[in-house]
Design a protein around this ligand. Structure first.
Ligand code: GLP
Length: 258
């Protein structure tokens, strides 16, 4: 695992955007796995800026989003469809046909989830998967006790996640109880995983994910088994890491290829 610690939120957004942009320059038809939540907003802003100022091209990029609330149509302002179009897709030259987001209105969720998995495979798998982390340690909506081998499926949200996400709705009652989410096993097949975390409220969870035992109780800890997982953290989110200074040293003294 690579642990990159930056001074602030702006720093982590720029670091992740630079990694993705560099990849897209080499592979313009890359398959990106994308996340929602407040954490990747700065990354998306920076990608939009790179598109506008430096011509970063999204015309051949394929995307797969991690998750979606069940029961919210794409037009609902709290649906992840709405979020992605508002915060990224509408501002870059992506082909709408290349965008994949789980359908929260699917009539047959099981059939939909199998199709989603097949689509990811048909495009050759995900090159870079962007992740945030829930306060309960989840990635996507893989709540505690999610199988570390799980695939895209229906998941019941925990009360903690409902309470965490209530800030985006009028009240907690309005937060959907179910979501369609890529599984931990699906995410682990991405060739690179970049997990972003910001703020002191994530510090303990981040420490459990990176330095604690691998456990389904913290689904992000599965990334310890991933061959190319990068954690990009701001100082507050990194503040509970036992090896904080070591990670910083490793990053600052990384041998650069000539
Ligand atoms: C939701 C999403 C996750 C996200 C998490 C954290 O639960 N399903 O993908 O990582 O929120 O959100 P935030 O970045 O707002 O803290």
């Amino acid at each position: 695992m690579e642990v990159i610690i930056k001074g602030d939120y702006n720093g982590i957004s720029k670091e992740a955007a630079a990694y993705i942009a560099d990849f897209l320059y080499h592979k313009p038809n890359a398959v990106l796995g994308l996340a929602t939540g407040s954490t990747p907003l700065g990354l998306y802003k920076e990608l939009i800026r790179l598109h506008a100022d430096e011509g970063l091209d999204f015309s051949k990029v394929i995307t797969f989003n991690l998750d979606e609330y069940v029961g919210l149509p794409p037009s609902h302002d709290q649906s992840y469809h709405f979020f992605m179009w508002q915060n990224l897709f509408s501002h870059v030259n992506i082909n709408p046909e290349n965008v994949h987001i789980p359908n929260g209105m699917a009539k047959n969720v099981t059939v939909f989830c199998s199709w989603y998995e097949e689509e990811i495979e048909a495009y050759g798998g995900i090159d870079i998967q962007v992740l945030g982390i829930g306060t309960d340690g989840h990635i996507a909506f893989n709540e505690p006790a999610s199988s570390l081998g799980s695939r895209t499926r229906l998941k019941t949200l925990t009360q903690q996640t409902i309470d965490d996400n209530a800030r985006f709705f009028k009240n907690a009652e309005e937060v959907p109880r179910y979501a369609i989410t890529m599984g931990v096993g699906t995410i682990m097949e991405a060739r690179t995983c970049i997990l972003l975390a910001s703020g002191e409220s994530k510090a303990d969870t981040v420490a459990k994910a990176i330095e604690g035992p691998v456990t389904s109780m913290v689904s992000a800890s599965a990334l310890q088994l991933h061959p190319n997982a990068i954690f990009v953290l701001d100082e507050p989110a990194a503040s509970a890491l036992e090896l904080h200074d070591y990670y910083r040293w490793v990053y600052e003294n990384k041998p650069r290829e000539s």
